[in-house]
Write a protein that binds this ligand. Structure first.
Ligand SMILES: *Cc1c(COP(=O)(O)O)cnc(C)c1O
Length: 219
């Protein structure tokens, strides 16, 4: 499928091109076709690509992969949006690093709705329990939520997870200062299920394979 067709299918959600493990040249190609938002999983790799592509002024970098606390210092201020804030401890660490650097960071909270052991993210219960503490971190602005449903399931079966994330967002909106934490974004849907995610209110879809083809193996 070409970019235009994908953008149409994703409308009104924004398309985040997931470029992990893809060479910088492929990002440059897609940029030349008009794509501006790119999502990376690995901090080191992302920062290297940012350097290689520093001549593209309005490129927008997002971090979507699991983030270790000891890398917090490297990422604050380097990404437009961090989708993968998956624990209170990580959020607190990011907040401290922002304070040191004197900046604000836009984030999403990653939610693990299927409660899979293998996946990072807050369970719904944990998120409700931590919400006061999360929203009290003055250098972070929570723009919304991200989720990654179980991989084995087909489009029809993932719908309930997308619905649940939207409903959770709506619930949290009633107990949040939306001037500080807008909660406008729902980052959900990947190459194989993004049309379903869009139907259920996704505002950002994270598309890798469908845009770039198969990823090279992680070396
Ligand atoms: C790799 C990745 C994607 C993209 O997956 P595709 O199936 O290639 O579209 C989306 N979200 C996250 C968090 C990822 O790690």
């Amino acid at each position: 499928m070409d970019l235009k067709e994908i953008l149409q299918k994703a409308h009104p959600a924004k398309v985040l091109a997931v470029s992990k493990l893809q060479p910088a040249d492929k990002i440059r190609d897609l940029y030349s076709k008009g794509q501006r938002r790119f999502g990376e999983n690995y901090v080191q790799e992302a920062l290297e690509k940012q350097k290689l592509l520093a001549d593209l002024p309005d490129i927008e970098w997002h971090l979507i992969g699991h983030l270790q606390k000891n890398k917090a210092r490297m990422v604050v201020g380097a990404f437009h949006l961090i989708h993968s804030v998956d624990s209170l401890e990580l959020a607190q660490t990011l907040n401290r690093q922002c304070e040191t650097k004197g900046l604000q960071q836009k984030i999403l909270i990653q939610v693990n709705l299927a409660q899979e052991e293998s996946k990072d993210g807050f369970s719904k219960e944990k998120l409700l329990e931590c919400w006061k503490s999360l929203t009290a971190l003055v250098h972070l602005n929570i723009f919304g939520f991200m989720t990654m449903p179980p991989l084995t399931e087909t489009g029809a079966e993932v719908r309930p997870y997308f619905v649940e994330l939207r409903e959770l967002r709506d619930q949290l909106k009633t107990m949040t200062d939306l001037q500080v934490h807008p909660l406008t974004e729902l980052s959900m849907g990947t190459s194989h299920d993004y049309p379903v995610a869009v139907e259920e209110g996704a505002t950002i879809v994270r598309l890798g394979t469908i845009l770039f083809g198969e990823r090279p193996a992680k070396g």
